[in-house]
Write a protein of this length. Structure first.
Length: 257
């Protein structure tokens, strides 16, 4: 058994259960993995986890998971305090068989399967949590997930169906304008998350660049949809005017009857 000083260098964090075998095991894991304390604050993560998340979260200041955001496979936003790791620590049980979709700061969406597990001391008290994240190429029920749906803004919006009336297009235009406003609101929320950042300034700047890239992509996508809707509405108005004008023309032969 190595002494405490030697073990501190090997363990993900000193608050663990002082079991060198677990520390050595984590060092050998090549899949994305991280640990937390009993309250869910990150204490360690490997390079694979940082690569998966798309940034390097601050230890001791990031809670439950390093993912920027998490969604269910149906596309619903999942608050981090309800994520699988949070459930595992709050309910004191390992969570298995769950799939989700994480979002990086740049907006990239990655389906994954988490394996959160509470870690206990000799008395049975939870002292930490560990999680291994397995990226998925195609999540179960991907037909329901449908990454091309409007709930996932990282992919092109679906084509507009033919036969839309002017009122329908007006509603779509208003929805697109609202979505553009949501992009700006989301960007501000993301930036506010970084106000308490105390890590390396270079990492903060890199995250901001990712957020700005996502913001620009979303605006480009929505601006394209807005232009498409405007053109469709203009064509309908022109057709309506022509139709109305045609009805105003009186055939001279009608006056002979």
């Amino acid at each position: 058994m190595p002494d405490d000083a030697a073990y501190e260098l090997d363990a993900p964090d000193r608050g663990w259960n002082y079991e060198p075998s677990r520390a050595a095991l984590f060092q050998q894991i090549t899949s994305p993995a991280y640990t937390t304390d009993a309250d869910g604050w990150l204490t360690y993560y490997n390079e694979a986890a940082a690569d998966l998340w798309g940034y390097r979260p601050e230890l001791g200041k990031t809670r439950w998971c390093g993912s920027w955001r998490i969604f269910t496979t149906e596309g619903a936003h999942l608050p981090l305090d309800q994520c699988p790791m949070a459930v595992a620590l709050k309910e004191g049980r390992a969570v298995r068989g769950v799939q989700a979709v994480l979002e990086r700061p740049d907006g990239t969406l990655i389906p994954f399967m988490p394996h959160p597990t509470p870690l206990r001391d000799a008395s049975g008290a939870i002292v930490a949590g560990s999680n291994v994240l397995l990226p998925l190429t195609s999540p179960a029920g991907s037909s329901a997930l449908d990454l091309a749906s409007e709930g996932w803004a990282e992919v092109p919006l679906p084509d507009l169906p033919e036969g839309l009336e002017l009122d329908d297009l007006t509603g779509c235009l208003q929805s697109t304008l609202a979505a553009q406003a949501d992009v700006e609101f989301g960007f501000q929320i993301d930036c506010e998350r970084l106000e308490a950042w105390s890590g390396p300034e270079a990492e903060k700047e890199r995250i901001i660049r990712q957020l700005e890239s996502k913001r620009q992509r979303h605006h480009t996508l929505l601006n394209g949809r807005f232009d498409q809707l405007q053109q469709r509405a203009k064509r309908l108005m022109e057709e309506a005017q022509k139709s109305s004008g045609a009805r105003m023309i009186i055939d001279p032969r009608d006056t002979l009857h």
